[in-house]
Design a protein around this ligand. Structure first.
Ligand SMILES: [Zn+2]
Length: 287
């Protein structure tokens, strides 16, 4: 049987990784100052953690944006570069934080160029602590542990950003550009799923005829990445989506990818769009 799956080539391109790292480094300095002053003047420890995670996420976003400007299809290289950006972010955040809480008495450039000096300073800070939690000065092993957890969380944020924004990207080799996946804003009936999946996997386009609007949750959603440049590359994802309510009554949506990266022909993509328009018109007519 013919294989109808899109697979990235995995081609490494140093420009993508280089731009990602360059933008991350450019972003981490100003962001580290915003973070350090916010943490210095906002007396709520938990708010401080949220601020630091948001700041790290912003640096990871700068990396993602930078890499998108290049053509690096190697997911492994992308992950390694993101982890490197994560370690650099952790270091620069520490340097700026020490600079700010020392009221600019510690030399910024000396710290930036001497990691072992920074590690010694952090060890000193862990001994004495600098903030209180429930009226106790947080210091020693507990503070050290908090900092270790925070460091792991920083790297985790970079891995999360890689997983979410870079790992599953579609690249058109013919046009040499990235193609966005677009989620069709429509919930499809899940009942004919087997017929849809079988036809899709076999490279037939009859699955389009099985698409109907869903009345209830769970339902089926479709993501389509279509290259506008050549109109030859079309990649489909089938997603199972379900509205759930947790024990505290908070609603959320659970999603699971049922079929990923199925290649379809341009004619099939056009038929699919027609079907979506038709269903939308039918829905509008029902009022
Ligand atoms: Zn193309």
């Amino acid at each position: 049987m013919q294989d109808h799956t899109y697979r990235p080539t995995g081609t490494f391109d140093p420009k993508g990784v280089g731009l990602g790292l360059a933008l991350a480094v450019a972003a981490m300095f100003p962001i580290s100052f915003v973070y350090a002053y916010a943490v210095r003047y906002i007396p709520f420890v938990y708010v401080n953690f949220l601020i630091s995670f948001g700041a790290v996420f912003a640096v990871a976003g700068a990396y993602v944006f930078g890499e998108s400007l290049g053509r690096n299809r190697s997911r492994a290289a992308s992950l390694v570069a993101m982890l490197l950006a994560g370690v650099l972010t952790l270091f620069v955040f520490w340097v700026t934080f020490l600079f700010v809480i020392s009221r600019h008495e510690l030399e910024y450039l000396k710290m930036l160029t001497d990691p072992s000096y920074v590690i010694d300073l952090v060890k000193e800070l862990v001994k004495v602590g600098w903030f209180t939690l429930k009226r106790n000065q947080v210091k020693g092993t507990f503070y050290g542990l908090l900092l270790a957890v925070e460091a792991v969380a920083y790297l985790g944020i970079f891995v999360f950003a890689w997983w979410t924004f870079l790992k599953e990207r579609v690249f058109c080799e013919k046009c040499q550009k990235w193609v966005e996946r677009e989620r069709v804003a429509m919930f499809f009936d899940l009942a004919p799923l087997e017929a849809i999946a079988t036809a899709l996997a076999a490279g037939s386009d009859v699955w389009v005829d099985h698409l109907r609007l869903a009345g209830t949750t769970p339902s089926l959603q479709i993501e389509l990445a279509s290259c506008a440049g050549c109109a030859e590359l079309h990649v489909v994802n089938l997603i199972h989506t379900q509205d759930v309510v947790d024990k505290d009554g908070n609603p959320s949506t659970e999603e699971k990818v049922l079929l990923a990266n199925i290649l379809i022909h341009g004619a099939t993509a056009a038929r699919f769009r027609q079907r979506v328009d038709q269903l939308r018109a039918e829905f509008a007519a029902q009022g």
